[in-house]
Ligand binder design. Structure first.
Ligand code: ARG
Length: 317
């Protein structure tokens, strides 16, 4: 194997690509190594994930659905007075939102017309229950979500980072989750530092995300696509050398693809971000209702139960 890599490298005109382990220039060498890694780590996976699915179904049943203590008057809400909370999301972001296999018994799935499930879906379902409104999910491209607020959807719950730029266009709820960008690579990749990342010829991102901004700000050669599923597939098939993605979804993809590893954002000095529920600016009643419901869910333990169920116990399907 060592000999093969040496030969490929020797044959390459741009030697700088060497630091980017799975770059398309070294397909022959990295392809062989990957196959071995994938075969080794697939063993035992089916049994493990079946048990986990059974365990989290029980947890779902145990989550309390009792309404919050204070009834909220929504008659003055521009978007919620019709009794429906339409939630925009992009379902390529496990474990916050992803499309289940359709056989799960999660309340989150049965309460919605699509198969989207995950932490954000469970969180908005709980908010809807407590506010006494019906929750409808609108699954769409991430870069179309902010423009859709106020027309196609009332809010967005989609692991969306609160940024000053977005705050010019929308309101955000109080933060509900801390996150950082991180980097997904093939297990045999030699990428370890920002300098290595800069030498990569194709760094996958999702269009319109903060990961894309971070990648551009650091001068990376960005390959932006509509969905994280596609960016990760492009990593799997050798088109991308790396993918910039939020930490927890990055970990989720390593569970789905055993030949991938995740490098912590701290290795690249990426900042901490915070997720919030985004919504149009012209509905203070909705903003206050959502914030007080979130606060209730945090103080009565429901929020932690959902974290435990959907994030800590996530198993790839
Ligand atoms: N946190 C990042 C951002 O706000 C990525 C969010 C991507 N979410 C998704 N559902 N695809 O830009």
């Amino acid at each position: 194997m060592k000999k093969a890599i040496a030969l490929v490298l020797a044959g390459m005109t741009a030697f700088s690509l060497a630091a980017c382990g799975s770059s398309s220039g070294s397909t022959a060498a990295s392809g062989a190594a990957t196959t071995t890694a994938a075969a080794a780590s697939t063993e035992g996976a089916p049994a493990a994930s079946t048990e986990a699915a059974a365990a989290s179904t029980e947890a779902a049943a145990a989550v309390s659905t009792e309404a919050g203590s204070a009834a909220v008057d929504l008659s003055g809400s521009k978007y919620l007075s019709d009794g429906v909370l339409t939630v925009a999301l992009n379902s390529t972001f496990p474990p916050f939102e992803y499309v289940g296999d359709g056989t799960d018994d999660f309340k989150a799935i049965t309460a919605n017309p699509t198969n989207a499930t995950g932490f954000d879906v469970a969180m908005v379902n709980e908010i809807g229950t407590r506010l006494g409104v019906k929750v409808e999910i609108a699954d769409m491209d991430f870069d179309g979500i902010i423009p859709a607020l106020g027309t196609k959807a009332d809010v967005a719950a989609t692991g969306m980072t609160i940024t000053d730029e977005r705050k010019e266009a929308v309101n955000f709820s109080d933060p509900y989750y801390d996150a950082t960008q991180s980097v997904l690579v093939k297990s045999d990749s030699t990428v370890a530092t920002l300098d290595d990342l800069k030498k990569c010829t194709s760094v996958g991102c999702q269009l319109g995300t903060t990961g894309e901004t971070v990648a551009n700000d650091n001068g990376l050669k960005v390959n932006s696509v509509k969905s994280f599923n596609q960016a990760v597939l492009d990593l799997e098939n050798g088109k991308n050398d790396a993918v910039v993605i939020d930490q927890i979804p990055g970990e989720a993809f390593t569970k789905q693809y055993s030949d991938l590893k995740l490098i912590d954002g701290s290795e690249f000095n990426f900042d901490v971000e915070q997720y919030g529920i985004a919504m149009p600016k012209d509905d203070e009643v909705m903003l206050n209702a959502i914030n007080s419901t979130l606060a209730d869910m945090k103080s009565d333990g429901t929020y932690d139960k959902l974290l435990e169920q959907y994030i800590n116990n996530y198993e790839a399907e």
